[in-house]
Design a protein around this ligand. Sequence first.
Ligand code: PHE
Length: 512
Amino acid sequence: MSLPTPESLQPLILQTLASSPDGKIPDTRELSFNGTSLSSTEAQSVVRAVLDSLASKEMVEYKQITTTTYGLTEEGEIIAANGSHEFRVWQALPVKGAGEPIGLPDLSKLIGADIAKVGQQRAFRNKWIAKDGAGFVRAVEAPSDETADQVKEIKEKGDHSRGEAITKELQKRKLIQPRKHIHYTVSKGSQFSTEVKQLETDLTVEMLQSGAWKDASFKQYNFAAAGQPTDGGALHPLLKVREEFRNIFFDMGFTEMPTNRFVESAFWNFDAMFVPQQHPAREMQDTFYVKDPVKALRPDPEYYERVRKVHEEGGYGSIGYRAPFNRDESEKLLLRTHTTAVSTDMLYKLANQEGGFKPAKMYSIDRVFRNETADATHLAEFHQVEGVVADYNITLGNLIAFMQEFFSKTGNHKLRFKPAYNPYTEPSMEVFSWHEGLGKWIEIANSGIFRPEMLEPMGLPKGVRVLGWGMSLERPTMIKYKISDIRTLVGHKTDLDQVKKRPAVRLEKGDD
Ligand SMILES: N[C@@H](Cc1ccccc1)C(=O)O
């Protein structure tokens, strides 16, 4: 049966109203269209669409009526077909003296445990059956199975003609369930006509100029209509993951390092960390250098001299690089290539603070810059999550334990560690995490123990070890939000739909 369209239904409704003596349609379920009844839920929703449109023109008025009918549940259907549980128990039993009495275990085998148990109790209460020795026998000749009759009648008629009390009882026994039906009663409106007038929605300049407004009919404004939803604020996915990481660091007793300096000298970005001046990472194709001003440096001259010396000549047990160390190179300004420049500056301050060195745990999350061509997995600017732990008597074991604790708090429980190389750490260690979705191990962090050549010129006491690590903020964000192109996370290419899907809420740890 195909549903009528609103267009085809509209004349039927108007005609029915016009020809009804009291100008009413008492129940729209009574309507029929080309010989088919419109009583179904689907048909009534088309009726509703037509009524809404006519009501907005004040051609009709309507009220919604809700009625309830009843249908059988699965159990109700079984009872309608086979009789009530109590009836089936009675049926299964012998007449007294005509056979062995049957106990509950055997009844269960005959008609099923559930039916036997409930049925036996009810049949006994109805006095349809009686105890005989260890079992039961029939106690009446032919019980009248009221429940089955009631259920069958409801199945046929759909209403509660047997009375509300019985309906309630059957519903409580989960034999029948209510179904709601929505239909309408309709009467003529103040603008009723069988012809639908074309209504104007807006008064236009053209109508004013031509005078057409004088004969036009206008649609009523619907002040009750819901407006277009407006966009609320939303947090960028990177901000959410940053917040999550921050909370984890705070939980673990870290303090935040100030990271607001994007422009650094090569001294802090490279030299102070014992990165040789001839290192390929320092070349223009990897690092953005600042054109104007070209140079600036405010090193403590004694510290600068110690750094120069360890590079050129060695010291603190090291033979150094034995290569020329050039002040011009140190003074170059650049966009920091890693937040380890910040950690280095903070470690220097930690070594030289009033009262001397004290153990510290510090983290930062901020932007870094690398001269790279952007593609689906690389950006020229991205964010680093970085941390350092400075204390006496700590080892690589502490670094591994930190990684396990930190990442398990982000939901990454499977980690692997691999030896690596950094000019400023020894040993160095890459951290891999098992990615369930991709089905492979992916690198998530780079780490290590900072070299004495970096720490001792700063004046950190001998015996102080500093664990450090760094990772990108974008990668865990992409994994968490299943983002395949890193470029949709930044700048003018930001995928706003993706951001809007996640409205601004106060973030708790572990929220997504
Ligand atoms: N600076 C390193 C990360 C790192 C920080 C501290 C110690 C070791 C490694 C990077 O950019 O990948």
